[in-house]
Ligand binder design. Structure first.
Ligand code: PHE
Ligand code: FE
Length: 295
């Protein structure tokens, strides 16, 4: 897997320094083993069995519309034909997580980086880094939705811009991504549903986030989210609920510069805290929450 790691040299005020970057690579589709295809198939069926009535309609319909099926690992080139024609997005293959600025730049240009390799059969339930199943199954279908597609591009542009504002601005944007694109819930006409990719690619969390009394479910609030910490190693203590993708897009349309200025002095909020001003859908019981780590 190390093959695609590339070392480049960048001129900084310390002279030329090596920068490890992850190259964009063509999906090596021919190298997938029967086991790889089997893992895709198993996970695909497993999720599609539980996601009707849990995932938002937009996600399920888009996944079908783009021809993403269980039989074998999809070819990016084939999905790209539909995606390009629908919202102008392109999937690009990558080895793994990208340097932040590269990632933002791809999104700003409507390119979505997808990890080309898939987890092993013994990792069906949990993996600490994104793989093909998470990226492709979880993230890609909603890129077919015009409003969500625009939000992702705007997020990428916002990320490039945030680089000029320093670490606190980047932290705020990362939290926004975490609580929307990765772990967002949506309260539509047919009830509370999932749209976050981190949930959609996990069987356990797909059930937990909607049916468990343990986590908080709170109405979307941009600045509140930007101050809220999160942990990456357990189910979320708090989920934020949007009404529709327009709400997300509209709330993030204004210039964030004044928000970043305010956030520079604001305290962060622990992941499980409920505040007075929160619109509470469910106040979590906190059952099973770990007390250590980043609360
Ligand atoms: N409006 C934001 C800004 O001015 C950009 C942005 C859009 C950020 C959507 C995140 C999501 O920086
Ligand atoms: Fe992700």
């Amino acid at each position: 897997m190390g093959e695609a790691k590339r070392v480049e040299h960048q001129l900084t005020d310390k002279g030329y320094v090596p920068v490890y970057t992850t190259a964009v690579i063509e999906q090596p589709w021919e190298t997938y083993t029967p086991t790889d295809h089997e893992v895709w198939k198993t996970l695909f069926h497993r999720q599609r069995e539980i996601l009707p009535k849990r995932a938002c309609r937009e996600f399920l319909e888009a996944q079908d519309a783009m021809g993403m099926g269980a039989e074998q690992i999809p070819k990016f080139s084939e999905l790209n034909e539909v995606l390009k024609a629908t919202t102008g997005w392109t999937l690009i293959g990558v080895e793994g997580l990208l340097p932040e600025l590269d990632f933002f730049d791809h999104l700003a240009n409507r390119r979505f980086p997808v990890t080309w390799w898939i987890r092993k059969p013994e990792q069906l339930d949990y993996l600490s880094e994104p793989d093909l199943f998470h990226d492709l199954f979880g993230h890609v279908p909603l890129l077919m939705n015009p409003v969500f597609a625009d939000y992702m591009e705007a997020y990428g542009r916002g990320g490039v811009k945030a680089h000029g504002f320093g670490e606190h601005a980047l932290a705020a944007l990362t939290r926004l991504y975490w609580y929307t694109v990765e772990f967002g819930l949506i309260q539509g006409e047919d009830g509370l549903r999932i749209y976050g990719a981190g949930i959609l690619s996990s069987k356990g969390e797909s059930i937990h986030c909607l049916e468990s009394d343990a986590p908080n479910r709170i109405g979307f609030d941009l600045e509140r989210i930007m101050r809220t910490r999160y942990r990456i190693d357990t189910y979320q203590k708090t989920y934020f609920v949007i009404e529709d993708f327009e709400q997300l897009f509209e709330a993030t349309r204004p210039d964030f510069a004044p928000i970043y200025a305010r956030l520079a002095d604001a305290e962060s909020i622990p992941a499980g805290t409920v505040l007075d001003g929160d619109r509470v859908f469910n106040r979590g019981t906190g059952e099973g929450w770990l007390k250590d780590g980043d609360v």
